[in-house]
Design a protein around this ligand. Structure first.
Ligand code: COA
Length: 182
């Protein structure tokens, strides 16, 4: 099984159908918290919805076009991260992530995204990693900023979440910049 140890307390694992119940449970407990920034909460009503999402992600993983991980903190699922899309022709990975509120403010996602980036450049041979965050989502934006991404610009009114239209801050990190940081 695909599994990476980040520290004694923190691991990431390829998201599998076996994670559906626990992942749905975390989603359901954090609905209100996540709804401000993520558009798919209303469509996720049961563990079978989560299982379908995982299965579809695994199909993309098999084609090399996505990679979804669960973040395990002290053995429990704390959140999700991954390359939501991998453009194999151009070597670009689009990162997405979320945490259960109880697991925030400890630096867990920043270190997990750093590990994902390393995997992307070294194992998946990406040449660019991209993170798009709603311009007002300062906690999300802090992650690429901490990890040395360049803020490359803003896409205006690109995502509807509930009643609101969000603009996206686009952050990019190139393989050459990642290597230069070592
Ligand atoms: C985006 C999200 C994952 C960020 O969570 P987070 O807890 O701020 O991120 P991290 O786990 O990296 O933790 C960073 C916090 O831990 C602190 N921290 C402690 N130790 C740290 C360490 N070793 N390294 C980095 N940060 C550390 C940081 O100071 C920061 O806290 P602060 O905001 O009070 O300064 C979370 O807000 C979330 O899930 N939001 C809802 C969904 C969402 O917006 N997803 C992104 C869509 S683009």
């Amino acid at each position: 099984m695909f599994y990476r140890r980040i520290s004694e307390d923190l691991q990431v694992a390829l998201t599998l159908p076996q994670h559906a119940e626990a992942l749905f449970d975390l989603t359901d407990r954090n609905r209100t918290y996540l709804k401000a920034w993520l558009p798919w909460l209303d469509a996720t009503k049961s563990a079978s919805d989560t299982k379908r999402f995982i299965e579809s992600n695994l199909e993309s993983f098999a084609k090399g076009t996505a990679l979804n991980e669960v973040l395990l903190y002290q053995g429990s699922i704390a959140g999700v991260l991954g390359f939501n899309e991998i453009d194999t022709f151009n070597g670009i990975g689009q990162v997405g992530y979320w945490l259960g509120e109880a697991y925030t403010r400890r630096g867990l996602m920043t270190v997990a995204v750093a590990d994902l980036i390393q995997l992307g450049f070294q194992d998946l041979r990406l040449q660019r990693v991209e993170i798009r965050c709603a311009t007002e989502n300062w906690r999300s934006r802090a992650i690429p900023e901490r990890l040395g991404f360049q803020h490359e610009g803003t896409l205006r009114n690109v995502e509807r979440v509930g009643q609101r239209l969000h603009s996206h801050a686009v952050y990019g990190l190139l393989r050459s910049e990642f290597q230069a940081k070592d």
